[in-house]
Design a protein around this ligand. Sequence first.
Ligand SMILES: [Zn+2]
Length: 429
Amino acid sequence: MKHTKVMRYQVIKPINDTWETLGHILREIQRETRVALNKTIQLAWEWQGFSATYKQQHDEYPKAKEHIGYASLHGYAYNRLKEELYKMNTSNLSQTIKRAADKWKVDLKDVLRGDKSIASFKKDCPVDMVSKALKIRKEGSDYILTLSLVSIKYRKELERKQSSFDVLVSTKDKTQRGILDRLITGEYKLGASQLLYHKKKWFINVNYQFEKEETAFDPDNIMGVDLGIVYPVYMAFNNSLNRYKIEGGEIERFRALVERRKKQLLQQAKYCGDGRRGHGTKTRIKPIDIVSDKVANFRDTVNHRYSRYVVDMAVRHRCGTIQLEDLTGIASDNAFLKRWPYYDLQQKIEYKAKEAGIQVIYIKPDYTSQRCSKCGHIERDNRPGQATFECKSCGFKANADFNAARNIATKDIEKIIQEELIDIKSEIG
Ligand SMILES: [Zn+2]
């Protein structure tokens, strides 16, 4: 099981250069990084707009390669930016574009919904370094990091022999030294790292990866997680009748609060008159965007808490498997998805589950709410109301979310349901 962690080291001084030289180059690279991030976001909207128009005209999404000439947003952005941003090491540029494209993808739904403003990267944004752009060595008790940050073209322009820079970093304690030692011996693997500028000092966030023994939970011990409207999360198990649920409402309450504030701000903008309007739409929209980001941040925090709870319960029950609903078939304008960033919640559950050595399996949620978890009978009328389940065949009565979560917790449930559906058809036929 692979784990990834980050340790921050302060750059004490350059080895073969002056601070003046290194500082200037770092600021140039940071400027280009910022441009790369912001322009990738702009290009992503171009990309998105193109697909949407194409979808309207042809009733299907374009295969990017055929129509724009590049197989991915990443390739599209890279080819548009590489000439202008010639100072950066090309691998690092590629990594920076990937970072912006990933951020854009994650934010897309929230932005389209108006819950979040479009990401913009500030002057002090971190500079990306792919793993091969960072080398570590030890001289006496000093740790020297070699940074490959500039392109060949920029190196020539700077009239330098080497495109890399050696810097001395500070190591405060045994842990910090131990990580670098293990990276040198190869016990730990280096990941994509970042350079940061903070309070007039440069730091390197070293990303390191290591193997950790897997938790030996039984994969046949399964927790099923039902995502719903009444309860955002309902958990059940295949090997016990225990159940846990999370009461919903807190995000809705927060959203209502924020919506009220939004309205107030709009009113204010109206009454501010031309004086305020004179500064352009930017001034008027900004406070509202901040309010929108607040909702998104709040949901992010809440989803972290919920996912922690879900995985803790799985660990407590020694589950080697968590089964989640595969929501990809559900239309994005579905009311169910609109109310909650379920996709984000699932991602967070998956991440934390993997950390705990628990595998995550996605199952198609079809019929999991109509199927009796006790006898397997599938019938729409098993659900007399939103909240209750009552089996027409065996009379099993339960909370509807609990019944669904029990189905989701069943091993091979998709296959079982398929077989049961064939049985129903042959009975009718
Ligand atoms: Zn039944």
